[in-house]
Design a protein around this ligand. Structure first.
Ligand SMILES: [Zn+2]
Length: 371
């Protein structure tokens, strides 16, 4: 390959790469806030980033790359100039030596050809679209923080929402059905639905280092052991950390009672308030039997530091930014101990493994354990 052919090939490649990069869709241009010019540790000669960004309306990264591109073009110009001078000197001092004359000519010719190629590629791109040499495609997309949102439901109900209702898991699954059940005598309520564990399958969680159980919460033995491990992990991260249990195994009659209380409150109200309360059945209170609290693997838990709460226990304020760090810390601790957080509740964790997990849809909040 001759040097000219090589240069042509390189230039064609450079143009192709530039075009390709420029072809990347202009992402999120509408939502981007006013870009701020960073303070360059290694400034590019001749580039005032802030002024250039304002002029082209580009992002810092695209303006920076465009600056490097132009700087390299300038270097090519300088190098070509030097090469022409060297070639000219060789030519002038050849003194009739044919090979030296040829060498000097060749040097000048190559330098000019290289310069023409480099600048014409810039010109060509600029003529096609000035944005191609501004690298506007390199947009920095601003990220919106994702917070755990408040919507009470349990895995099974997510399943139900996807049309995968497993009726034998539920003691009742509509407001009318539940109202009928509530009207019955408690002794006629079912004691368990399919897959639920019974009170003899769970044990009281013994408080241990970093783990408090003031409400006398019970869970299955493996879940209890994992909770104690979580307490140890918490104290290992910070000696002032402690985990406080609020709820664990919930027998079916308790789940039914929660739904009945909500329906009773709704029936006693009127108008919008009634619609609101009845609309919460199966949403802010799980359909009885649908909650993994009935399987003894689910716990509602809070992280504290020297007795001060670091995580929320309420739907109304769990998205408050003040809980962000605590929520992350709790999630780290519980995940390490083998639990998974229910994505919509900052405090609700379920002990991993497939046993006891009754979620079957692909949209289950705990996909890895419910596959
Ligand atoms: Zn819960």
């Amino acid at each position: 390959m001759t040097s000219l052919k090589r240069k042509l090939a390189i230039s064609a490649g450079a143009i192709a790469v530039t075009l390709l990069l420029a072809a990347v869709p202009l992402l999120a241009s509408a939502a981007s806030p006013t870009p701020v010019a960073p303070n360059l540790q290694v400034p590019i000669p001749g580039l005032d980033l802030a002024a250039e960004m304002q002029k082209t309306g580009g992002d810092a990264i695209s303006t920076y790359i465009a600056g490097i591109y132009r700087f390299l073009l300038a270097i090519i110009g300088v190098v070509a100039g030097v090469a022409i001078m060297v070639g000219g000197f060789t030519y002038l001092t050849a003194g009739g030596d044919k090979s030296k004359v040829d060498e000097g000519k060749k040097r000048i010719y190559n330098a000019l050809a290289g310069m023409v190629l480099a600048f014409s590629s810039y010109l060509l791109l600029y003529v096609i679209n000035p944005d191609l040499v501004n690298f506007k495609s390199f947009k920095i997309i601003s990220i919106t923080p994702e917070v755990y949102t408040a919507e009470q439901s349990v895995s099974e109900d997510v399943d139900a929402a996807n049309g995968n209702v497993i009726p034998d898991h539920y003691a009742c699954h509509t407001v009318d059905d539940c109202r009928t059940l509530c009207a019955k005598s408690k002794s006629d309520w079912p004691t368990a639905t399919s897959d639920m564990v019974t009170p003899k399958d769970v044990i009281l969680v013994t408080p241990s280092q970093g783990l408090e159980n003031p409400k006398g919460v019970s869970v299955t033995p493996p879940t209890a052991a994992a909770l104690q491990q979580a307490g140890t992990i918490a104290v290992g991260k910070d000696p002032n950390y402690s985990l406080k249990l609020y709820s664990g195994y919930r027998p079916l009659d308790k789940q039914i009672q929660l739904v009945c209380d909500k329906i009773a409150a709704g029936d006693a109200a009127s108008g919008d308030q009634q619609t609101k309360l009845l609309g919460q059945v199966g949403v802010s209170v799980a359909w009885p039997g649908g909650s993994n609290h009935g399987v003894g693997i689910a716990v509602d838990i809070q992280l504290l530091k020297s007795g001060t709460a670091l995580t929320s226990m309420s739907y109304n304020d769990q998205t408050d930014p003040k809980w962000k760090d605590g929520s992350k810390a709790l999630d780290d601790i519980m995940t390490q101990a083998g639990f998974r957080r229910y994505a919509k509740e900052q405090w609700h964790y379920e002990f991993g493994g497939t046993s006891g997990c009754r979620c079957t849809s692909p949209n289950c909040p705990f996909p890895p354990s419910c596959g």
